[in-house]
Design a protein around this ligand. Structure first.
Ligand SMILES: CC(=O)SCCNC(=O)CCNC(=O)[C@H](O)C(C)(C)COP(=O)(O)OP(=O)(O)OC[C@H]1O[C@@H](n2cnc3c(N)ncnc32)[C@H](O)[C@@H]1OP(=O)(O)O
Ligand SMILES: CC(C)C(=O)C(=O)O
Ligand SMILES: [Mg+2]
Length: 519
């Protein structure tokens, strides 16, 4: 690999294509509801991404609705929908996207020998024909068409050049080169992008994009190698979430390009001060926590523990910091609000944390904030994030809500939970005397009232902040009728947090059942 292909002194612009809402959502357990997707999409606009891949419209009515709603309401970025090389997929994607000021249809078809032989059962000629047909159909309705030869990194070079040339001739304006299974290496991927630039005669009619997965931990390095070779778009996700080991992490690739702009000589439109809020929003929305030592956005990313480092930092921060924490959005202080704060301060803090609340949401969060302020002296970012997250994850439209509960428990007796829930105007109560502890008993009580028998697949309680009076944040995954649902609940009492998390998940099931019966 040459030291740097870009001998020009001009700065090239790299488009950031965010696929948190599509490939990111393919992370097991990371499904988001409509409100959550809208919230993330708004944040992505604020962050300054060029393209938002909002979903895969044919996949489900929920995916279709999310892409449609984002296309109708979110402004300031290209809105993209994914489609297989199939007429019904492309038509459905367009149905969801039309009306957006800058729509993009993203058509994909696998090209590698393994995928051709075992998955698609198609010959090379059939693949080329199908790619041309798909891109042509998309280009007939939409000016902006992206084509991805899936598993391009493992596709025979001659065949890859042939498919790419055909797709551009058919009307593709972006050619995305995916390393679908995270198999390539930086040197190899650089050579592959360079090969396409050198060999495909009409390549200058399209923007080359890279889409790298992290199976060998090289997604960011491979994407950077692609940029170095001439790619003009990087596909990535917040916190690197995505199928299996995930995708190229947006915050890492953006900060690498920016911090080493002396080397890459490129820029992006990203407002880097929104990176930490975006990371927190996606983490709390998907329930996928960020490891402490994660580059750029992890809690320890700018923590200096050892004496020699601290000494250096005190003398001159650049001795040990290549990025200023405030440049990626770490707040200087974590202590924020108290019982005398008003709505304006809360809304402002919410915005800094990455949430754009509607008036109704702000009011609901404010009421819970005041309740919390009566219980807790100091309210931290973690508390506010937890309250907001619970609000936007659907509890505002809850079918079931908590009225009251009472717990009796001791080391020697079976726990008892008396629970009252509200559904519409009616209250429903149950008293159970079973389970391994009060949390288990609370599960039984919710099941008894709602009539939903679920299997708990994952259950975690985190402290939202520090201190004895910290709120407990319960996140859980339950299985119902073969599908997994996520729930989040927050309270200074972990039994209450568990009941709220359970109701959050139950309400997702109820909303989905309602949507399915309406469709
Ligand atoms: C690399 C990626 O990330 S690709 C995106 C992956 N994302 C997802 O799959 C999430 C959403 N997917 C879904 O909801 C479903 O798979 C659906 C709705 C798209 C399709 O569901 P089903 O019709 O039941 O098909 P199923 O998922 O079992 O199999 C996929 C079919 O699509 C075909 N296919 C796969 N990719 C493509 C493509 N790019 N173009 C055309 N056909 C394709 C497969 O060969 C298979 O066809 P077959 O049933 O004739 O063998
Ligand atoms: C749909 C394509 C671009 C994809 O996600 C992949 O190949 O990883
Ligand atoms: Mg992918």
């Amino acid at each position: 690999m040459p030291v740097n292909d870009n001998e020009s002194t001009e700065t090239r612009h790299i488009k950031i294509f965010d696929t948190t809402l599509r490939d990111g959502e393919q992370s097991p357990g990371a499904s988001m509801n409509l409100n959550e997707k809208l919230e993330v999409a708004q944040m992505l606009v604020e962050l300054g991404v060029d393209v938002i891949e909002a979903g895969f419209p044919i996949a489900s009515p929920g995916d279709f609705e999310a892409v449609r709603e984002i296309a109708q309401t979110v402004r300031g970025a290209t809105i993209c929908g994914l489609a297989r090389c199939a007429e019904k997929d492309i038509d459905r994607a367009w149905e969801a996207l039309k009306g957006a000021p800058q729509p993009r249809i993203h058509v994909f078809l696998a090209t590698s020998a393994i995928h051709r032989q075992f998955k698609l059962k198609m010959t090379t000629d059939e693949i080329v024909e199908r790619a041309i047909a798909g891109v042509t159909r998309a280009a007939n309705v939409c000016d902006d068409v992206e084509f991805s030869p899936e598993d391009a990194a493992r596709t025979e070079p001659d065949f890859l050049c042939r498919v790419v040339e055909a797709a551009i001739t058919a009307g593709a304006t972006t050619i995305n080169i995916p390393d679908t299974v995270g198999y390539t290496t930086p040197t190899e991927f650089h050579a592959r992008i360079k090969m396409l630039i050198d060999r495909v005669p009409n390549i200058d009619k399209a923007v080359i994009s890279v889409h790298c997965h992290d199976d060998l931990g090289m997604a960011v390095a491979n994407s950077l190698a692609g940029v170095q070779a001439g790619a003009g778009q990087v596909e990535c996700t917040i916190n690197g979430i995505g199928e299996r080991a995930g995708n190229c992490s947006l915050e890492e690739v953006v900060m690498a390009l920016r911090t080493r702009s002396d080397f890459y000589k490129v820029d992006t439109r990203i407002n880097t001060q929104r990176l930490v809020p975006a990371s927190r929003l996606v983490s709390s929305t998907t329930g996928m926590s960020v490891q402490r030592n994660k580059a750029i956005v992890g809690r320890n990313a700018f923590a200096h523990e050892s004496g020699i480092h601290q000494d250096g930092m005190l003398k001159e921060p650049t001795t040990y910091e290549i990025i200023r924490p405030e440049d990626v959005g770490f707040a200087k202080t974590d202590l924020v609000l108290g019982k005398h704060s008003g709505r304006a301060a809360l809304a402002d803090r919410a915005r800094q944390l990455g949430f754009q609340l509607t008036g109704e949401q702000l009011q609901a969060v404010f009421e819970r904030f005041k309740d919390l302020a009566d219980k807790k002296k100091e309210i931290y970012d973690g508390d506010i994030t937890a309250l907001i997250q619970q609000q936007i994850s659907g509890n505002n439209q809850a079918e079931w809500s908590l009225v009251d509960y009472e717990v009796r428990n001791s080391r020697t007796s079976t726990p008892t939970v008396k629970l009252t829930l509200r559904r519409g105007d009616e209250e429903h109560s149950a008293e159970v005397n079973q389970g391994d502890g009060p949390i288990d008993a609370a599960f039984w009580a919710v099941e008894q009232i709602t009539g939903m028998k679920v299997v708990c697949k994952d259950f975690q309680v985190h402290s939202a902040t520090l201190g004895r009076d910290a709120q407990g944040e319960t996140t859980l995954e339950i299985e119902y009728n073969g599908k997994t649902y996520r729930g989040i609940g927050v309270s200074t009492d972990t039994v209450e947090a568990t009941i709220l998390a359970m109701l959050n998940a139950v309400n997702r099931i109820a909303a989905e059942t309602e949507n399915a019966s309406e469709a």
